[in-house]
Write a protein that binds this ligand. Structure first.
Ligand code: SAH
Length: 221
């Protein structure tokens, strides 16, 4: 009978994931690499996906949603250039894995997820893992979360047809937002940086995310 993997086996798998999928593809921010080594990704995937927890791709997490590919999580996090004093808004918490990575590198993460089952599961798991600087809400993330605005960084983990207005408004001075823009036929990761009243927008790499749903995203018919 196959043995149940030990925590040290997962640690080794994580080391390999960072070396082969992340560092080798050009992610060099020491804090990001360290966070990816530390956060136990296998805890964020459903039981049937355990053997694939550290493989180079997204995985299903139920409710027709996915946990993002490790490399994409690393790339998006690196682009935010987080500081330990930053307050971060994350839209599309899903499994909570990206939330944990952001929490490792910032003061506070406000996470918004529209599916209550996913949000509750992620909040419980993050609590169990000892993250005290995360605050998860079930809501429409396209409206942001005005109560705690402005944010030094905003990460959107679902594809939007355009940058939702409320998110632009809730970005702090010099704040950075990373968001996939496009539809099922193609999406590009965009980096938005606020300088005073103007927003500088940079189009980066092609990506594939599930759709951002609701008022300022894709309306569900
Ligand atoms: N970072 C997550 C990715 C989850 S997939 C992870 O790696 O696990 C994207 C998530 O965005 C889904 O859970 C989906 O339910 C959520 N989502 C889609 N539209 C949303 C909206 N308007 N507000 C909040 N969450 C939304």
């Amino acid at each position: 009978m196959p043995q149940k993997p030990l925590e040290s086996d997962y640690e080794k798998a994580r080391e390999q994931m960072v070396a082969q999928q992340i560092a080798r593809r050009g992610i060099s921010h020491p804090g990001v690499l360290e966070a990816m080594r530390r956060v136990p990704r296998h805890r964020f995937v459903p039981a049937e996906s355990l053997p694939y927890a550290y493989t180079d791709g997204p995985l299903p997490i139920g409710a027709a949603q996915t946990i993002s590919q490790p490399y994409i999580v690393a790339e998006m996090t690196e682009l935010l250039e987080l500081k330990p004093t930053d307050r971060v808004l994350e839209i599309g918490v899903g499994s909570g894995y990206q939330t944990a990575i952001l929490a490792e590198l910032s003061r506070e993460v406000i996470g918004i997820e529209r599916i209550a089952g996913l949000a509750n599961h992620a909040a419980n798991l993050l609590h169990e893992l000892g993250y005290q600087n995360v605050d998860i809400h079930v809501a429409d993330g396209t409206k942001g979360y005005a109560e705690k605005a402005p944010y030094n960084a905003i990460l959107v983990a679902a594809a939007s047809p355009s940058i939702p207005e409320p998110l632009m408004a809730q970005l702090a001075e010099n704040g950075r937002m990373i968001i996939p823009i496009g539809d099922d036929d193609g999406q590009v990761l965009e980096l938005v940086i606020r300088k005073g009243e103007s927003l500088h927008i940079y189009q980066l790499t092609p990506v594939r995310f599930v759709p951002l749903i609701w008022e300022y995203g894709y309306l569900q018919g």
